[in-house]
Design a protein around this ligand. Structure first.
Ligand SMILES: [Zn+2]
Length: 347
């Protein structure tokens, strides 16, 4: 069964280890969650490849707070630094495409994704996790769109010129801070016009409401879970899930244990049942056509029971044993993502 995945941080990991050509992507690694051999083994067909810009200074990681933790947000990034990093990481994806001998393609339309899925080519969608590399005149948005950008998070948690995000905090609510700036509202309209998907994961609740009021296409959170089951500020409240359902959008299940577990713990000793509980909840609340996967591979600690991208079939098998029929499994695996992209991308 081919899997469409809503989020991976391959490009950030390659950047962090200094592999700017992406050469290590083609061999089986023991580090990280994904590379081409393990993708093929796991039935990975397509997904969003995130450009996440690393903080330029350390913020100290998780700090304990009343009954949990919070990770202080790094300061905003300036435009030149952001553009330099975003161009470098996007270039790595294009270099991988060029060196892949047709095994990976950076896709720009739904038809291209469909062709790739049919031919066994990995279909990579370029995603920016945070809009720091976009100027408030939105000129860079058009340039990056022409280069292949088809999905954009207005923020990755730290504030941008466009909006405010949620800290990685537990227990905490996403109802923190102000909504979109005027530039953020213009960004939403321009993304709608160009056919760039807007990702609501990492955005705070007021920003979420602002996008919901403005956007003309289904609302999407590519890698977030149910707040009712794990009270992380990064997860979606029932209110947010209902708004996503009413827009006919979708949510990709995040595999990070800190967004899955009811104690918010970063322990890979987390059973598949914990993931299934979230999927049950999301399917119940959103409906069977509005849930998919958004693994966060290479970006977070995930359950040992999956291990890495080659372990994706274990999740499918567990869901099958849990009673999900083939139709619903196909929906979760890729059909729902294709449906939403069909309603969002142009051409
Ligand atoms: Zn993320």
């Amino acid at each position: 069964m081919l899997i469409f995945d809503g989020h991976n941080d391959l490009l950030s990991r390659l950047h962090a280890i200094g592999d700017h050509s992406g050469a290590s992507f083609f061999r089986r690694n023991t580090e990280g969650h994904l590379d081409l051999p393990r993708m093929q083994e796991g039935g990975f067909g397509s997904g969003f490849f995130a450009v996440w810009l690393p903080p330029q200074q350390h913020t100290g990681g998780f700090q304990p707070i009343h009954g949990g933790y919070a990770m202080p947000l790094p300061p905003p990034l300036d435009l030149p630094t952001s553009q330099r990093l975003a161009i470098a990481m996007s270039a790595t994806l294009f270099k991988i495409e060029a060196a892949s001998d047709g095994k990976l393609k950076v896709v720009r339309t739904v038809d291209q994704i469909r062709d790739c899925l049919a031919s066994g080519t990995v279909a990579a969608i370029l995603h920016f996790e945070g809009a720091e590399a976009i100027d408030t005149d939105l000129n860079a948005l058009h340039v990056f769109y022409q280069a292949g950008l088809r999905s954009l998070g207005i923020v990755w948690s730290r504030p941008t010129a466009f909006g405010h995000g949620v800290p990685i905090a537990f227990p905490a609510t996403p109802n923190i801070g102000p909504g979109l700036t005027d530039a953020g509202k213009r960004l939403v309209r321009e993304c709608n016009q160009l056919g760039i998907m807007i990702d609501l994961s990492h955005l705070n609740e007021q920003g979420f409401r602002d996008v919901a009021a403005l956007s003309q296409v289904p609302l999407v959170a590519t890698h977030s879970n149910a707040w009712a089951l794990c009270k992380s500020a990064r997860n979606l409240t029932d209110y947010q899930l209902d708004v996503i359902r009413d827009s006919d959008g979708m949510v990709g299940l995040n595999f990070a244990t800190i967004f899955l577990r009811n104690d918010g713990g970063q322990t890979t000793d987390t059973p598949l049942e914990t993931m299934i509980r979230h999927i049950d909840y999301l399917v119940e609340r959103l409906g069977p056509t509005r849930v998919g996967f958004g693994s966060d591979f290479d970006g977070a600690a995930i359950p040992q029971a999956i291990g890495d991208i080659a372990g994706l079939p274990k999740l499918i098998d567990a869901l099958r044993k849990h009673g999900y029929d083939e139709d619903l499994l196909q929906n979760l695996a890729h059909r729902n993502w294709m449906r939403v992209l069909q309603l969002t991308l142009k051409e």
